[in-house]
Ligand binder design. Structure first.
Ligand SMILES: O=c1ccn([C@@H]2O[C@H](COP(=O)(O)OP(=O)(O)O[C@H]3O[C@H](CO)[C@@H](O)[C@H](O)[C@H]3O)[C@@H](O)[C@H]2O)c(=O)[nH]1
Ligand SMILES: O=C(O)[C@H](O)COP(=O)(O)O
Length: 343
């Protein structure tokens, strides 16, 4: 939980951060098993990994989930890798490690699959049966089972919670980092699209969501009853779209976040992230237009950007005003006009 809240934070966000931000350690796995049993059908969990050419990482993630959360502790009922059209050995690696692998084209074959991550997340709803669906990216390294147990926790213990996102530190590590070249590791440099595009967009237009530490993170769990009612952008707009639409459909108090530690993943180059950013921006614009929020958001809150830094065992929020003051064209300023009147 953030240790300190800046006074400028919207009161409902400050309150949400106090009541809806947890650490994975707050709910030990054994207490989750009891909650799962008590929940019956509502406590069934499907874990879904969307994967496009992830042969080098998908197997290890599947193995950890299988071993720790299916065999050692029976928390997860179903583990599915949805192959997004890989050209490498992703499907084989995932199957060898113990996942059920489904190709995107095999789900809803009457509808040709669109490229993109959102497309496979959407199709995964048809290929799974758990009442809680937990998405996990397939490019994570040093994978910790708390990425799953942490975010399904609030859904098992609190019937009012509908969607939970993981939050974590995001180092930026180029391939080979740490092998004699520490300059390629920046402990807080990851999440470039998050910091440069998604967070500013969300803060200015959906200020209720300003408390999310990792709004674009690929690790989140939600009730099927919510996901089946939401549209899924087919590409990388899916996380922003689902978060904004979940707010609209369920309200802020149905959303939560859980600290699961540190996330290591494969980084895309800046041009690929530019394409991702454009998609996310467009997804936001469509929602602003659909809900007539572009105009309304100007009056919603004093423009404010809230960012987070890790402090001790939690995150601290820092809010900054977003300036909008403009000076008029210089040719309307009398001093300028008189000085240049001879021209
Ligand atoms: O067409 C695609 C593209 C990606 N993926 C998979 O989706 C996951 C995330 O993709 P990745 O390219 O690693 O995304 P990031 O660059 O890490 O982007 C971040 O931001 C995105 C936009 O919100 C989120 O979708 C990601 O989960 C989040 O990690 C990985 O398992 C990919 O294999 C697909 O299945 N199909
Ligand atoms: O989530 C993001 O902001 C993008 O995936 C970029 O992440 P990265 O800067 O850690 O590569």
């Amino acid at each position: 939980m953030p240790a300190e809240l800046p006074p400028a934070l919207l009161p409902e966000v400050a309150s949400w951060l106090r009541r809806r931000s947890w650490s994975a350690a707050d709910r030990p796995v054994h207490s989750l098993l009891a909650a799962k049993e008590a929940a019956g059908r509502a406590g069934t969990i499907s874990v879904v990994l969307p994967a496009l050419d992830e042969e080098s990482t998908v197997g290890a993630i599947v193995s950890v989930i299988r071993r720790e959360l299916m065999e050692r502790l029976p928390l997860v009922d179903e583990l599915v890798v949805v192959d997004s059209g890989s050209a490498d050995r992703t499907a084989e690696a995932a199957a060898e490690a113990g996942a059920r692998v489904v190709h995107r084209d095999a789900i809803l074959p009457r509808l040709p699959a669109e490229p993109g991550k959102g497309e496979v997340l959407w199709r995964s709803l048809l290929a799974t049966s758990g009442e809680i669906v937990c998405f996990v990216d397939a490019d994570l390294r040093e994978f910790d089972p708390a990425f799953v147990s942490g975010i399904v926790g609030p859904l098992l213990t609190d019937p009012g919670i509908q969607l939970v996102k993981a939050m974590y530190d995001r180092p930026y590590e180029l391939p080979g980092a740490g092998e004699g070249g520490d300059a390629t590791i920046d402990p807080v440099g990851g999440g470039r699209v998050t910091e440069l595009v998604a967070r500013p967009l969300l803060n200015l237009h959906w200020p209720e969501l300003a408390g999310f530490v990792q709004p674009l993170g690929g690790e989140y769990a939600a009730r099927r009853s919510l996901l089946e009612r939401l549209p899924f952008p087919t590409g990388y707009g899916v996380e922003l779209g689902l978060l904004v639409d979940a707010l609209e459909a369920a309200g802020l108090d149905a959303l939560a976040q859980v600290d699961v530690g540190v996330r290591h993943h494969r980084h895309q180059d800046s041009q690929a992230l530019g394409r991702m950013a454009a998609t996310i921006y467009r997804t936001a614009l469509e929602r602003l237009d659909r809900t007539h929020r572009l105009k309304a958001s100007a009056d919603l809150v004093h423009p404010l950007l809230t960012q987070f830094t890790r402090t001790g065992t939690g995150f601290t929020a820092h809010s900054h005003p977003v300036g909008a003051l403009e000076r008029p064209p210089m040719h309307t300023v009398p001093e300028y006009v008189s000085r240049h009147s001879g021209y």
